[in-house]
Write a protein that binds this ligand. Structure first.
Ligand SMILES: [Zn+2]
Length: 289
C-alpha cells in the first residue's frame, strides 16, 4: 500500500477508526478493571460520567470544523511551519504527530493556569476517584474552547491532515488507557513511561493535592512533562493511598450531571484558593483502590 492509498483509507475511515479506538479500549480496559480486585471505583459516579460522555459525543458531532479542517486549510494554502519545509512523508507525519501532542500539552496547561478555563476544566478533576468512565468526564464547553485553539495551532505548525487523523485515533485509545484504575507491572510501567503517559503518571495529575494536580499534563507522550519540568512521580504505595479529586469541595454533588454542568458558573474555589481559603464542606476521606 503506498502512502496515497493509505492516506485515503485513513481519511475515509477516520470516524469508525476513532470510535473503534475509543470504545475498543473502553471495553477491554473496563473489563480488566472489573476482573481485577479494586479496579471498580464508586459506581454511583458512572451515570454522570456516561451522561457527560454522551453529551460530548453529540457536541463534537455538531461542531462543523475541527483540527482536520484546519489541517486541510493549512495544506491547501501552504501555511504553517511543516508545510514550508520540504519533508519526506514519514518525517512530516512524525513531526506533525509530535507537534500535535505538544499542542495538547500546552492547551492542558492553559486549562489549569487561566482561571476562566480552570472553572470549566475542574469538572474533569472533580471526579473523586478514577476509572475508564473518567475519560470523557469533561464539560462540553471545554471542547468548544479548546477546539479553535488546537485548530489555530494546527495551522501555525502546518500539521498534515494524515498526522492529525492518526493522532486523534491514538489519542482516543490513550485517553482511556491513562484513566484506567489499574496498576501496570513495575517493569512495564517504567519502560512505557519513558515514552508514553501511563495510568500512574496521570493518576498523580488527578491528585487532591494542588501541586500534583499542576503536574503531569501530558495526554499521550511523557516527554513534554520531562522537557518542561512538570513531571512528578510517586511510589506504588503512595499511589494507592493518594486522595483524588478536588479536596476542598468533594461531596455527593459531584455525582450529579446537572450540578457538573452548572459547575463552571458556581462560586467555588478557583485554582490557587483551593487550600485553606474557602471551606465548603468537610473533606471526605476516600477509599481509593
Ligand atoms: Zn487537568
Amino acid at each position: 500500500m503506498d502512502i496515497q492509498t493509505f492516506a485515503e483509507f485513513i481519511r475515509t475511515q477516520s470516524e469508525p477508526l476513532q470510535y473503534a479506538a475509543f470504545f475498543g479500549s473502553l471495553l477491554v480496559l473496563g473489563a480488566l478493571e472489573i476482573a481485577f480486585p479494586g479496579g471498580v471505583a464508586r459506581p454511583h459516579r458512572w451515570p454522570a460520567n456516561v451522561g457527560l460522555t454522551a453529551l460530548n459525543i453529540v457536541v463534537l458531532g455538531a461542531v462543523p470544523v475541527g483540527a482536520l479542517t484546519a489541517a486541510d486549510f493549512a495544506q491547501a494554502q501552504g501555511w504553517g511551519a511543516l508545510n514550508l519545509l520540504d519533508l519526506s512523508w514519514p518525517a512530516a507525519i512524525a513531526a506533525g504527530f509530535a507537534l500535535r501532542s505538544l499542542v495538547s500539552y500546552a492547551v492542558h496547561v492553559s486549562m489549569h493556569k487561566a482561571p476562566v478555563f480552570w472553572r470549566i476544566h475542574r469538572v474533569h478533576h472533580s471526579d473523586p476517584t478514577m476509572d475508564v468512565s473518567t475519560t470523557v468526564r469533561f464539560h462540553p464547553a471545554e471542547f468548544l474552547i479548546t477546539m479553535p485553539i488546537v485548530a489555530a495551532n494546527v495551522v501555525l505548525f502546518g500539521i498534515s491532515p494524515l498526522a492529525v487523523i492518526l493522532y486523534e485515533i491514538f489519542d482516543a485509545a490513550m485517553a482511556v488507557f491513562t484513566h484506567t484504575n489499574l496498576r501496570l507491572p513495575a517493569v512495564l510501567e517504567r519502560m512505557l513511561g519513558l515514552i508514553l503517559v501511563t495510568p500512574n503518571m496521570h493518576r498523580i495529575h488527578h491528585s487532591a493535592e494542588q501541586p500534583e494536580t499542576d503536574s503531569n499534563y501530558g495526554a499521550t507522550f511523557s516527554w513534554w512533562d520531562r522537557l518542561f519540568g512538570t513531571l512528578r512521580t510517586r511510589t506504588p504505595e503512595d499511589l494507592t493511598a493518594m486522595r483524588l479529586g478536588l479536596d476542598d469541595w468533594i461531596d455527593g454533588r459531584t455525582d450529579s450531571l446537572m450540578w457538573l454542568l452548572s459547575l463552571p458558573f458556581r462560586r467555588v474555589p478557583l485554582m490557587g484558593q483551593r487550600h485553606g481559603a474557602v471551606s465548603v464542606k468537610p473533606t471526605r476521606q476516600l477509599n481509593v483502590s
